[in-house]
Structures are given as structure tokens and as C-alpha cells.
Design a protein around this ligand. Structure first.
Ligand SMILES: Cc1ncc(COP(=O)(O)O)c(C=O)c1O
Length: 400
């Protein structure tokens, strides 16, 4: 009889080899107490958080918390039902209205997570006979959306405009085509050349979906993302986003101006066949989204933090994912997995948490220490972070 677990042996071996070096499990960290968007207690000590995606620091916003408490008291702890049955409360409609106002789009549909938003929208739009043309470094939820819909997948080289055009031109002109892009690619923190890619996609008869998970709230004059910053938001057919990053809670969404969008509510399985978000979550999300509309000062401070950390790490001698800061994600490239794990642990002992990322999640087999800044990090904290990187980098031999 075949062992169903045998296929996990390579991953188990990597984990066991790492643990055999004596380091603590990088995927087993517990946040014992969370004091603010930028500080938690881990292993009993004060730890600066630099790997949370809490870009706009909304998790402890007093208005957001008050809205969540009120909804919890007034509507209970959960909806116990699908959006198309008993799971649509006034809070879900208000949250969708907040999204429509934020993006200035006609339609908004909320999912239980961003993962499910990609899964649902992509699999529903593009079925067996259709083509999905996507950047090879796309997020797992995008790939899983392609697989669920059984679409033909046509990947192209990361951020390569010519490769996208070549792939599109080779496809049958009459076939259904969906081009799927991301605003910010979360592993290296680089942004997509959306202006050119959206134009080429449209010239070749494709609809365009952009996942703006890592840019909402921060990038673009009004925080609408990279498509806004590059002046093509009106040409994008679908924007996917999440509440688990800048919005500071949990949930996902799709916004669109497509005239037939609303039919998706009846045919999108990851929307129909799951319970809707709890009232407290949609209330916190709606309040947060409306506050992000007034987030210009926070955006400016976050850019300043990003630039300062990027320049400081470069000066210390670390190799970074981008030459210039392009987003609030700064990826520090490690020479190998073992060094990466040791550096991750050394930083934690200094009092700094970053994300450790490794293959298969990372491109080109890289091990990365991914730093994501928050608008609530003070200048002083950015200075502390640089000091910690210097100490840990020297102790582990990453820098001299
Ligand atoms: C690009 C991208 N899309 C979608 C998601 C999924 O978001 P969520 O955490 O809401 O499931 C993520 C989360 O990491 C992401 O990075």
C-alpha cells in the first residue's frame, strides 16, 4: 500500500536538517502578547515586529477596535451562514460600500480571505477552455485559482513585458483570456510594470486582474495601489485585495467596473459554499478602509521608513531584493538556507522579528529575510532595527 505521507519526505528532511543545527523552529514562533502594531512579546522578551504586513498600523486603531466591539455586541459572534443565504448582514453591505468608495468602482464582493478571493474569482472567470496568462512568480492563491478552474496556464517570465506580449500573440484570438498580475510581488518587494502590461493585455483582447494585496492603502495617491500609481486603474477589470494587510483584520475582496460582475455572487463556489465573515470583522474592515482614505500622512511616513531602512541595510553590506525601495517590503537575500535560519534566530535574540522565506515560496531558490515596514514604526525603531541587523549580521558572518 502506498504511503500517503511519502511525498512530504523532502520537506520533512529540510526541516529536520535545520532543527539538527540547534536553531529554534522558525515556523513555530508564538506571539505571547501583542502590545502595538510594532511591538510584541516573543519568548518572554520585547520584540520589534518587522514582518507583519500591518503596513498602515490599523490593528490597534481605537475607532477600528470600537467598531468591532459594537458589532460583536449588537450582531453576535458569527453569521453561521453563506452570503447567499443567511450570511449577509448590513455590515457586509456597508463594508462593500466602503470598498466601492475607496476604489471608486461600481462593484465590490467580499470573501472570507484574500486567498479565497483569488481562488474564487480566477476559477470562476477562467474555466477549462480559457487561458490564464500569469507572471511566473504569482502568489500560491493565484496558482490554486487556476487549478480549481482547470484553465490552461500560460506563465511568463517575472515582470517581462515582451514575454507577456509573445505569449498573448500565440494564443487563439477567439479564446477567453485572463491576464493575472500583482501590483507588488511580495517576495522581493518589487512592483509590476502595469502600465505597459495592461495596455498589451487589452490590445490582445484579454481581461486583466491585478492582485493589489501588498499595495492597498500605501501605494498610489489615494492608496488604491500600483495600478493607481501608474495611471491605469480604470483599464484594470478586476482588483483583488485582502483585509489581512493594510486593513488590519482578515478577509478578501474583488472590486470591478465590469457590467456583469454581480452574477459572480451566484456562480463563484468559494463565495457561495462557505460562511461569511463575522460581523465584528466586517465592521473593523469598513472602519479601517474609510480611515485609509485619509491616510496621506501615514503613507508619507511609511515611504520615509522604507527608504531609510533600505539605504541603511545596503550601507551595512546586505544584498537586497531591489536596488531601490519600491514598496514597504525589503527583502534581504541570504547566501543559503542554513545561514538564513541562523541570521533569523540571531535577529530574534536581538529583539527583532522578520519573515523567513524559502523555496518553494521564493523565486530562484532564494532564502530571504523579508522585512515589511509599518507606518507606526518610529524613526527611533528604524534606527534600532538597523543596529540589530548590524549585530546579527556580524555574529553570523553575513556581513563583515
Ligand atoms: C499577493 C497575495 N495575494 C493574496 C494573498 C492572500 O491573502 P489572505 O491573507 O487574505 O488570504 C496574499 C497573502 O499573503 C498575497 O501575498
Amino acid at each position: 500500500m502506498s504511503d500517503l505521507f511519502a511525498k512530504f519526505a523532502p520537506v520533512a528532511k529540510i526541516r529536520d536538517d535545520i532543527l539538527a543545527t540547534g536553531v529554534s523552529d522558525p515556523y513555530g514562533l508564538v506571539m505571547e502578547r501583542v502590545e502595538s502594531p510594532t511591538v510584541a512579546i516573543c519568548n518572554g522578551r520585547r520584540t520589534i515586529l518587522l514582518g507583519t504586513y500591518n503596513y498602515m498600523g490599523m490593528t490597534f486603531d481605537p475607532d477600528v477596535i470600537a467598531a468591532g466591539k459594537k458589532a460583536l455586541e449588537e450582531f453576535g459572534s458569527g453569521t453561521t451562514g453563506s452570503r447567499v443565504l443567511n450570511g449577509t448582514y448590513s455590515g457586509h453591505k456597508e463594508c462593500e460600500k466602503a470598498l466601492r468608495d475607496f476604489y471608486r468602482m461600481d462593484h465590490a464582493m467580499i470573501f472570507s480571505t484574500g486567498y479565497q478571493a483569488n481562488l474564487g474569482i480566477i476559477s470562476t472567470l477562467a474555466g477549462k477552455e480559457d487561458y490564464i496568462i500569469l507572471d511566473i512568480d504569482s502568489h500560491a492563491s493565484i496558482y490554486d485559482g487556476c487549478a480549481l478552474g482547470n484553465a490552461q496556464i500560460v506563465p511568463f517570465r517575472h515582470n517581462d513585458v515582451e514575454a507577456l506580449e509573445k505569449r498573448l500573440k500565440r494564443l487563439p484570438p477567439e479564446a477567453g483570456k485572463l491576464v493575472v498580475l500583482e501590483g507588488v510581488y511580495s517576495m522581493l518587494g518589487d512592483i509590476a510594470p502595469l502600465k505597459e502590461m495592461v495596455r498589451i493585455s487589452k490590445e490582445n483582447g484579454a481581461l486583466v486582474l491585478v492582485d493589489e494585496a501588498h499595495s492597498m492603502g500605501f501605494i498610489g495617491e489615494n492608496g488604491r495601489g500600483v495600478a493607481e500609481a501608474q495611471g491605469v486603474i480604470d483599464e484594470v477589470d478586476f482588483i483583488i485585495g485582502t483585509f489581512s494587510k493594510s486593513v488590519g483584520t482578515v478577509g478578501g475582496f474583488c472590486v470591478s467596473n465590469h457590467p456583469e460582475f454581480e452574477i459572480l455572487r451566484l456562480v463563484c463556489r468559494p463565495y457561495v459554499f462557505t460562511a461569511s465573515l463575522p460581523p465584528s470583522v466586517v465592521a473593523t474592515a469598513a472602519t479601517s478602509i474609510r480611515k485609509l482614505m485619509q491616510g496621506a500622512d501615514k503613507r508619507a511616513h511609511l515611504w520615509a521608513n522604507s527608504k531609510r531602512l533600505h539605504a541603511g541595510l545596503k550601507q551595512l553590506g546586505f544584498t537586497l531584493g531591489t536596488d531601490e525601495p519600491q514598496s514597504a517590503i525589503i527583502a534581504v537575500i541570504m547566501p543559503d538556507l542554513e545561514t538564513g535560519v541562523h541570521m533569523w534566530e540571531a535577529l530574534l535574540e536581538e529583539g527583532l522579528y522578520v519573515n523567513l522565506a524559502r523555496p518553494p515560496a521564493t523565486p530562484a531558490g532564494m532564502t530571504l529575510l523579508r522585512c515589511s515596514l509599518c507606518s507606526e514604526h518610529s524613526e527611533g525603531q528604524v534606527g534600532e532595527i538597523l543596529g540589530m541587523f548590524e549585530a546579527a549580521g556580524k555574529a553570523t558572518g553575513c556581513i563583515s
